[in-house]
Design a binder for this molecule. Sequence first.
Ligand code: SF4
Length: 139
Amino acid sequence: MSNSLKVMDDNPWYHKGLRFKCTGCGKCCGGSPGAVWLSKQDVERISKYLHLSENEFLEKYTHRIDGRLSLKEKENYDCILLVDNQCSIYSIKPRQCTTYPFWNHILASKENWEEAKNFCEGINEEAPLISFEEIQKNL
Ligand code: SF4
């Protein structure tokens, strides 16, 4: 069974929910090459928040990877919008960022989820329980 099918299962391994609360540590926002894909709605929202026209925002903060629009990275691979290890647009961050760590490949197995603890301190036993229904909305 493929990963995506496992996640779409009505009774996946995380059906009782998962514990997570973002601490804002910023570790998921850099450190290794990646992409933050942007939707049209993300572009509209972020441009407005930064008081830039959409063209100005696109020019300054984005580039295309294989034809898809992504936020740029700094030389050290941190997100261009990460400032002092904090997301500078936290309250209106892109959908991809708001749904982390509830991503298909992380939820594909308990092992992947456990591994994600190594770089996301928000995944821990003290964190609030996020219900299965809430998790599914992020997929
Ligand atoms: S690594 Fe986890 S806790 Fe840290 S900012 Fe990212 S989601 Fe939040």
